[in-house]
Design a binder for this molecule. Structure first.
Ligand SMILES: [Zn+2]
Length: 126
């Protein structure tokens, strides 16, 4: 015997959305929310990872034909089942790396905040 779960997604109720009163939030939650807001509003962020690809250009006279392959950095991310990739020129590699790190921080903050909301709902203290 198994429990049947029906998933109900509804993102379309802005008028009914319950607004939190910031002053009444626990200190920990306020801090997490502030850090999250700061990251989202002031910094770039992107989901993905950098990977290095070696390739051969096809010109017979090129050094890559003798084994010294061209190296390129790509931003890669899985989108449903497809792998998206984007060539990142060398002068943008540091920026891309920074944005990926910021995305990671944002995700961690969201995860921590989500745990707090799970706990609130569990205690029925919303
Ligand atoms: Zn080449």
């Amino acid at each position: 015997m198994g429990m049947e779960l029906e998933f109900w997604y509804d993102y379309g109720m802005p008028d009914d959305r319950h607004r939190l009163v910031r002053a009444s939030l626990p200190e920990e939650e306020r801090e997490l929310r502030s850090r999250l807001a700061q990251l989202v509003t002031s910094y770039g962020f992107v989901r993905g990872a950098l990977s290095v690809r070696e390739k051969v250009c096809g010109r017979a006279s090129c050094r890559c034909a003798r084994g010294e392959k061209h190296v390129g950095v790509y931003l890669t991310a899985r989108e449903s089942s497809r792998l998206e990739q984007l060539y990142i020129p060398s002068d943008l590699v540091d920026t891309a790396r920074e944005w990926i790190a910021t995305q990671g921080e944002i995700r961690e903050l969201l995860e921590e905040l989500s745990k707090l909301q799970w706990a609130k709902l569990r205690r029925r203290e919303v």
